[in-house]
Write a protein that binds this ligand. Structure first.
Ligand SMILES: *Cc1c(COP(=O)(O)O)cnc(C)c1O
Length: 241
């Protein structure tokens, strides 16, 4: 098969993940790559799936629903194609409005962006009657930028305790975004704060044994994220741009 630009780019990202893991004494198998498809054509998404990537992410509910339906359709059109047979796990990585929760729950594998009790309660109250218990991450604002989504570091533990009481969702980790800057010290500080909070919550038994994921690192900063302990990377433009 001809090597396309997408194939080349995703292999390059995989190579960088492997090299960074070697440097950081980590196992590439402990890191999940979520391919963020928001800027991709459907043909490019198909190619990524054929290459064996089954965790895909979107930051808008409408777009996620649309692309998930398109992917399901071409999977159904090729029922005997083993490269398309695997279940796709959809990740909602962007801000989630409460009035969109019901729409997204039936298709979602992991919601990365829970940052208020009201949103967690909406997910819980919608998921119960649907017979679902979606997995969620608590999004933490580690950069102290006021316009950013995410619960402030100082309020995160209390919010996690409250979310833990809700029966119809599973809190399995933290998500954070570093600010857009060339200053790698600033980025590293954000990721290190998230990691410290992650271990603090586990150590103080605020969360259970299912609390294992640290979602951080995008196209421009995923090497730093790996060095600081990320278990989930969310990468789009390094593959599609
Ligand atoms: C778009 C997006 C990403 C991927 O960003 P890239 O810089 O394209 O890799 C990751 N996380 C969130 C929340 C996003 O909206």
């Amino acid at each position: 098969m001809e090597t396309t630009k997408i194939t080349e780019k995703i292999r390059r990202v995989e190579g960088t993940i492997a090299e960074t893991c070697a440097r950081a004494h980590r196992e590439p198998g402990d890191i999940r790559l979520v391919v963020v498809t928001k800027s991709a054509e459907i043909e490019q998404i198909e190619e990524v799936i054929r290459l064996g990537f089954h965790h895909l992410g979107e930051n808008r509910v409408q777009q996620l629903k649309k692309v998930a339906a398109q992917v399901a359709e071409f999977q159904q059109q090729h029922p005997d194609d083993p490269t398309l047979a695997r279940e796709i796990h959809w990740h909602m990585v962007g801000h989630l409005q409460r009035n969109k929760v019901r729409l997204v729950l039936p298709v979602i594998s992991l919601i990365h962006s829970v940052d208020t009790l009201r949103l967690a309660e909406e997910i819980n109250n919608s998921a119960g009657p649907m017979g679902l218990a979606p997995r969620v991450l608590l999004q933490v604002n580690t950069s102290n930028e006021p316009q950013k989504y995410g619960v402030p570091i100082g309020a995160a533990t209390h919010l996690a305790e409250q979310i833990e009481t809700l029966p119809h969702l599973k809190l399995i980790g933290l998500m954070t975004m570093a600010p857009l800057t060339r200053n790698t010290d600033v980025i590293r500080t954000c990721f290190a704060r998230a990691r410290e909070l992650f271990y603090e919550m586990r150590g103080e038994k605020i969360v259970g044994g299912q609390f294992t994921e640290l979602s951080m690192g995008m196209s421009s900063d995923y090497e730093i994220a790996i060095e600081e302990g990320a278990t989930i990377l969310r990468i789009g433009s390094a593959i599609f741009a």
